[in-house]
Ligand binder design. Structure first.
Ligand SMILES: C[S@@+](CC[C@H](N)C(=O)[O-])C[C@H]1O[C@@H](n2cnc3c(N)ncnc32)[C@H](O)[C@@H]1O
Length: 297
């Protein structure tokens, strides 16, 4: 199966807010298939240093190829961006001109039939973005208590049927472990009353899958920790751009910026920036994107 390259979101807006300058040092904390990095390198004629971070080895492999023209200018690092301070220290970098975060999953990951991110594809219940991680979705679904599962589905997925889903999961796994996406979708389907499944724009398993993915990859904790550390590395006048796709992520970014506004950062996006209609039409996956940017004082 041929996997398509991820279509980068809000590239023009990222370039406008990041405003990359020649000779600067830029960090792409979510390299993915390298689309934003490539745009930054092209914009500056490659006259920058770019650190690209991703914890998914496949993403790094693809980006290394895609950015090959700029190999002398880039360092690609397989790591969790939560460890940004450690990563930069190891690279001997003390100050940075700009950070970009484009959170969540790439299409490459979502569409990979073996990774279990999509409820539309039969796959082992995995959902790790970093295959070295010890916790999979299968661990959570088969080992957490009913209450813990309900909490994840409710707090990370805002799933209205969280309680019923958790009850149905616990009942099902007494018979045999739930080990594939298809098995989980079947249980979720039974937990959601039929009239709430039909005619909805959002698939009944969307929120549950999203919640489990966020929990498996500890996405909110990683973002919180990384942002705090990254701000400390910015030069005065340096920029930080974050694209999020989930209200909980966006809330973390918004609160973090607000907390240090006037002390460490100047907010460049008093109102969150959304993709244009034109972009959403061409790339519907961009529709939930929200961009926030700030400048170091
Ligand atoms: C939406 S994609 C980025 C796409 C990229 N901007 C592009 O234009 O191709 C998000 C990427 O961030 C990576 N990622 C998510 N959380 C991460 C983390 N905590 N540490 C490192 N990489 C992470 C994912 O593995 C994925 O490849």
């Amino acid at each position: 199966m041929k996997l398509s390259l991820h279509v980068s979101v809000m590239v023009e807006e990222v370039l406008r807010y990041l405003n990359p300058r020649e000779d600067g040092i830029y960090v792409d904390c979510t390299l993915g298939t390298g689309g934003h990095s490539l745009a930054i390198l092209e914009k500056t004629g490659g006259r920058i240093k770019l650190i690209g971070i991703d914890w998914d080895e496949e993403a790094l492999r693809i980006s290394w190829e895609r950015l090959k023209e700029y190999r002398g200018k880039i360092n690609l690092v397989r790591a969790n961006f939560a460890d940004i301070a450690k990563i930069l220290k190891e690279q001997g970098i003390q100050r940075v001109n700009g950070f970009i975060y484009d959170l969540g999953l790439s299409s490459l990951q979502l569409e990979d039939p073996y990774r279990g991110f999509s409820f539309l594809r039969e796959a082992p219940l995995d959902m790790r973005m970093d295959k070295r991680g010890k916790i999979t979705a299968s661990h959570l679904v088969n080992r957490l208590s009913r209450k813990e599962l309900e909490d994840i589905l409710w707090s990370l997925g805002e799933e209205r049927w969280a309680k019923r889903m958790a009850e149905f999961i616990v009942e099902e796994r007494k018979k045999s472990p739930i080990s594939t996406t298809k098995e989980l979708v079947e249980v979720i389907k039974r937990a959601v009353p039929a009239k709430f499944r039909r005619g909805k724009r959002t698939h009944f398993a969307t929120r549950a899958f999203q919640a489990l993915r966020i929990a498996v990859n500890q996405e909110l904790d990683n973002l919180e920790k990384s942002l705090s550390e990254a701000i400390g590395f910015l030069f005065s006048g340096g920029r930080l751009c974050v694209i999020s796709y989930h209200s909980l992520e966006d809330r973390i970014v918004k609160r973090k910026f607000k907390k240090v506004e006037g002390k460490e950062l100047r907010i460049l996006t008093p109102k969150v920036v959304r993709p244009s209609f034109q972009e959403i039409r061409v790339n519907p996956k961009s529709r939930s994107a929200k961009l926030r940017a700030a400048e170091k004082l």
